[in-house]
Design a protein around this ligand. Sequence first.
Ligand SMILES: NC(=O)c1ccc[n+]([C@@H]2O[C@H](COP(=O)([O-])OP(=O)(O)OC[C@H]3O[C@@H](n4cnc5c(N)ncnc54)[C@H](O)[C@@H]3O)[C@@H](O)[C@H]2O)c1
Length: 284
Amino acid sequence: MYNLLKGKKGIIFGALDSKSIAWKVAERAHEEGATFVLTNAPVALRLGTIAELAEKTGSKVIPADATSIMDLEHLIDESKEILGGKIDFVLHSIGMSVNVRRGNHYTHQDYNFTKTGWDVSALSFHRLMSVLYQRDMMNEWGSIVGLTYMAAQRVFPDYNDMADNKAYLESIARSFGYFFGRDKNVRVNTISQSPTLTTAGSGVKGFDGFVAYADKMSPLGNATAIECADYTLSLFSDLTKKVTLQNLYHDGGFSNMGVSTAIMDEFMKSETKEEEAPVKKAKK
Ligand SMILES: NC(=O)c1ccc[n+]([C@@H]2O[C@H](COP(=O)([O-])OP(=O)(O)OC[C@H]3O[C@@H](n4cnc5c(N)ncnc54)[C@H](O)[C@@H]3O)[C@@H](O)[C@H]2O)c1
């Protein structure tokens, strides 16, 4: 351990269970000397195991639905009390699509579900930063990080409306990041993480194939949740003070690849099999 976050205080959104990326961030932040408040939606607190994490990291848990401005205001005010003042870091690790959950295809969305997913996954980032900004809750040189996925830039058909939500989230990071930087010397960035086996991740259709493909495509292989936690901590630390308004790929190199030899080998194997026993080609 490096004592990277010694004396720093923060708020971590989105730890549902031990697979959650936010859970790993909380464990690592604790090891690096940070103190923080944990938060999640009231329903997630009932279903998940966050109390275990709170005990392990000596943290308080405050419920907050990220779609409710009142909940967020209450969370920020309570956190100020608990942590004894302003804070240095915030992790937004929240994502949910009702269309994905209900199995609605991208071409046949229920727009009320679309709005709910956007509200939870994207607009919540704006709402959260708005409360932090207006209450002047962030210390100078503090850091705010949101988690995202590369479907914001490229097509991954089964990622559904979450692709649009992530594009919106990344845009908010830049737009709000400007004002946070200019007025308060606070950084705002998004980390674009490899596909990772968590509750949110596994909701995506064909997720195992997705993970295996990305792993074979990436020269360094997929980044794990723990590796994502480590990268997040570097952005919370004083070592990255001038990094802001960025969407940072943490994906083993996937985002700059065209094709890898491993994928080509797989492709040629399946082409040969198809030639031997022709079958109806799957849709692209
Ligand atoms: N797992 C992946 O493959 C992957 C890849 C890239 C980015 N991400 C992103 O990482 C973040 C964390 O996801 P995860 O993979 O750890 O899964 P997860 O399911 O463990 O975390 C998602 C969290 O969002 C919370 N949440 C949902 N609705 C909420 C609301 N209304 N208010 C407050 N919190 C709410 C859930 O309770 C849960 O804790 C998400 O933004 C996700 O899109 C995940």
